[in-house]
Design a protein around this ligand. Sequence first.
Ligand SMILES: Nc1nc2c(ncn2[C@@H]2O[C@H](COP(=O)(O)OP(=O)(O)O)[C@@H](O)[C@H]2O)c(=O)[nH]1
Ligand SMILES: [Mg+2]
Length: 211
Amino acid sequence: MSIFQNARFYTTVNHMKDLPATRAEVAFVGRSNAGKSSAINTLANRTRLAYVSKTPGRTQHINFFELGDECFLVDLPGYGYAEVPEAVRAHWVELLGRYLQTRDSLIGLLLIMDARHPLKELDRKMLDFFRTTGQPVHILLSKADKLSRQEQNKVLALVKRELADYPGRISVQMFSSSKKTGVEEVEGVVKGWFDALGGEGGPEAEPPPEL
Ligand SMILES: Nc1nc2c(ncn2[C@@H]2O[C@H](COP(=O)(O)OP(=O)(O)O)[C@@H](O)[C@H]2O)c(=O)[nH]1
Ligand SMILES: [Mg+2]
């Protein structure tokens, strides 16, 4: 069974200082409207676990979803929404940077980018923040259904080429919430991250045998 299948809403926090203690978490970041909430819903096979918005950028809440065994998915506020005042936008980028650089339980980052507009300046900034941690990044090029197969291959190749010098572990795939394509690939990558926690096991780990 997919590790995302039992995702349950856990809590919303409005301030970075209120983040709950977790053993391990994987965070979703992306520009506002990139398809982040849709991706979380698709992965969890739920229609409204994460709110999907037609008017992006309204909320700057951080949503935690529990996968079990103290492992979590974190839905971070989208960045780059044009109608938010510049000072507010800059403040949030700074907070995201601090979270990405200092959150000890963050074991991997999922970066969601609209396949038609990859690697915008703030996307690159998130990668810069996170590279210092040495933790892996997996990129979802979202809304793949908007591109032909040929265009998809072109974008994949372009993004891989652009990130060839990225010093950490980084991978990239096509994804579509509308068509539910790419789901198994994400599941495999994220399961690998949780499994690599070792001894204590990830969200799907078997309970220890009774003595
Ligand atoms: N065609 C298409 N549209 C999508 C897909 N994923 C999201 N969208 C649309 O893109 C808009 C923003 O999606 P949302 O998940 O709220 O983005 P977020 O701001 O990153 O959380 C919504 O209108 C979604 O219906 C997809 O895979 N294909
Ligand atoms: Mg959203």
